[in-house]
Ligand binder design. Structure first.
Ligand code: ADP
Ligand code: MG
Length: 618
């Protein structure tokens, strides 16, 4: 038995390189990877810190700064400093017009339906380009810290991101020189970081509560067979830790009897107060009183007062949790695990209220602003095939089949079959004495193989010479739990056998699968009519082959006139095939069959008569 191995990649052998996980956040972004000990780790390049503020600054001569250095310019050079670009990714001006005042930089509204652009100086940037600058910085940091090129990544997005936002994220990755292997939902990544969902046998319903800098969302996920399904999401895209900071600033303005308008007018003071407020907020993670001064302004606050101040905001997030559960048609009793994500969940009151609402302890031991990136790194490791114990799919997303006559797809394992699974069918040759059979394996939902994705092709060689239709070639597909497809072809009369192994999911993204499914729906009608034409044509060609064969072998048994008439029939059938008119082809096939049927009968009679005379037929 010959064993052919096919490399499905672009032909070259895939060098084992690192795949990173990236959390591209509204406030902060970061990158993580899996170290050789299999632990997910965040990257802290040259002690610059793990979190890279998602801020881009453009200097007067075009130099670009990303991260902490750029963040400083939010105060001194707001027009040329872009923050929160994630809010604009994949959005049209129409989507954001209600909150355009939120941005201190210029968001362009040339056409309300097309995607927004941002003007900095005299240049226009798309949110994709700006996000790419952040991703490039993360890529550079990872490469510097790991001392190896980083070209492939998994990037996370909020569960509520639509297709356009996901595509924009993917494009940003591409622009940053990254091959984005997968876009993963942030709650899914967070769950993986806690090891929830890694066991394909467990079924769980979880809530992921994510309170970041400027946004809040809660997702209810169902995990089954290693597949994460978003049952509901809820949230508020303008509610986050920044609100806590603003509330503290307002409180200090009041306590110091300052005029709020004066403070706002004094940009520097306003920003100083904001930073001090954030410092105070964070300090409550380890102390209960904050007491500092800016000039002669007292910045004093204790934790109890802080909690009192932010209570209404936290209450708002709990209402979102309630709504999410309602949408998912569940109650808190149905939730098996609650996961805390986002820097703002370090706030004790937040943890307390979430835990009380769900009536169970929450998962908070993984750093909440790192948990998404860590989970993305785990997902990357799974995609790299380094975790053999984990199933990536439990159903095959696309049908698997082979090419048959006329370039048609013959499905052997239909889509959505549970793996492991097998399927098979018997084929035969179409030409007399055919000793090789090409077996081309495809994946996809279209009727024509040229619209599907080719996985492999091989030749079953050494079929003994037999008339067309005699060999029996069994083709069996076996799809194992890892998604590896083994294709086996055996000619039953001779025992000639060949086997090929391929990985159908290799190099194919969820989006591509989706696209292929979408295409099969949009083109279903065309496909059916095309399939019918091809089938008619194939049948026509088979008929021509058989009839010509008959004339060659048994021409002497029919009259010259019959031969001439038969040839005329062949000509019109060939014309019909060339015209591609299905009905014409079928009509001509019927005619020629009708005309030649008596020949075969006569031949049979003659053969019998000959045999009765005691002579053998040739
Ligand atoms: P995003 O996902 O929106 O990019 P992050 O998850 O990085 O945001 O969260 C950033 C927010 O977390 C900021 O508002 C920051 O002030 C807040 N934060 C960070 N550490 C703490 C802490 N110890 N206590 C309270 N809030 C914190
Ligand atoms: Mg986040």
């Amino acid at each position: 038995m010959a064993k052919v191995s096919i490399n499905l990649a672009t032909g070259s052998i895939q060098k084992e390189d690192i795949i990173v996980g990236i959390d591209l956040g509204t406030t902060n972004s970061l990158v993580a990877f899996i170290n050789p000990d299999k632990d997910p780790l965040v990257i802290n390049d040259a002690g610059k810190g793990v979190l890279v503020p998602s801020v881009v600054h453009f200097g007067p001569t075009g130099e670009v700064l990303v991260g902490n250095e750029a963040k400083e310019f939010l105060i001194t050079d707001p027009q040329n400093t872009v923050f929160s670009v994630k809010r604009l990714l994949g959005r049209s001006y129409h989507d954001i017009e209600n909150y355009k005042d939120f941005f201190s930089y210029k968001v362009i509204d040339d056409d309300t339906e097309s995607l927004v652009k941002i003007k900095v100086g005299d240049k226009f940037y798309t949110p994709i380009e700006l996000s790419a600058l952040i991703l490039k910085e993360l890529k550079a940091r990872a490469e510097h810290a790991l001392k190896t090129p980083v070209n492939r990544a998994v990037i996370t997005v909020p569960a509520y991101f639509n297709d356009s936002q996901r595509q924009a994220t993917r494009d940003a990755g591409k622009l940053a020189g990254l091959d984005v292997l997968r876009i993963v939902n942030e709650p899914t990544a967070a769950s993986l970081a806690y090891g929830i969902g890694l066991n394909p046998d467990e079924t769980k319903t979880i809530a992921v509560y994510d309170l970041g800098g400027g946004t809040f969302d809660v997702s209810i996920l169902q995990i089954q067979n290693g597949i994460f399904e978003v049952l509901a999401t809820n949230g508020d895209t303008f509610l986050g830790g920044d609100d806590f900071d603003r509330i503290i600033v307002d409180y200090w303005i009041e306590k110091n009897q300052l005029n709020k308008a004066d403070v706002i007018a004094n940009n520097e003071l306003a920003q100083q107060l904001r930073l001090k407020a954030e410092e105070a907020k964070k300090s409550f993670s380890h102390q209960s009183l904050f007491n500092e001064k800016i000039g002669d302004i007292w910045c004093t606050l204790d934790r109890a007062d802080f909690e009192q101040l932010i209570l209404p905001k936290v209450q708002q997030t709990i209402t979102c949790c309630q709504n999410a559960l309602k949408d998912a048609k569940l109650t808190t009793a149905d939730i098996d695990e609650v996961i805390m994500v986002g820097g703002s969940t370090r706030t004790a009151l937040v943890k307390k209220m979430v835990s009380e609402f769900f009536a169970r302890p929450v998962h908070d031991d993984v750093n909440p602003d790192e948990v998404v990136a860590l989970g993305a790194a785990i997902q990357a490791d799974i995609l790299a095939g380094n975790r053999k114990d984990i199933l990536l799919l439990d159903v095959t997303p696309l049908s698997l089949g082979i090419e048959t006559m006329g370039g048609l797809m013959d499905v052997i394992i239909p889509r959505n079959s549970k793996v492991p699974t097998k399927g098979g069918r018997q084929y035969t040759t179409s030409i007399d004495g055919q000793v090789n059979m090409k077996i081309a394996v495809y994946q996809g939902e279209r009727d024509l193989i040229k619209e599907n994705r080719k996985l492999a092709e091989f030749n079953l060689k050494g079929i003994p010479s037999m008339p067309a239709g005699f060999p029996k070639v069994d083709i069996n597909f076996l799809l194992n739990a890892d998604g590896i497809l083994t294709i086996q072809a055996i000619e039953l009369r001779s025992g000639v056998k060949q086997e090929v192994e391929v990985k159908p999911t290799y190099g194919i993204t969820d989006e591509q699968v989706e696209q292929m499914l979408m295409d099969s729906i949009t083109h279903a009608k065309d496909d059916i009519s095309q399939r019918m034409i091809i089938e008619a044509r194939t049948e026509g060609e088979q008929t021509i082959y058989t009839v010509e064969n008959f004339l060659r072998k048994h021409g002497s048994h029919i009259t010259a006139e019959e031969t001439e008439k038969t040839n005329e029939h062949l000509v019109v059938l060939k014309e019909a095939i060339a015209s591609g008119d299905k009905d014409q082809i079928l009509k001509r096939i019927d005619e020629i069959n009708e005309f030649t049927r008596p020949f075969a009968e006569r031949l049979m009679d003659e053969a019998i008569a000959t045999a009765m005379r005691g002579k053998s037929i040739e």
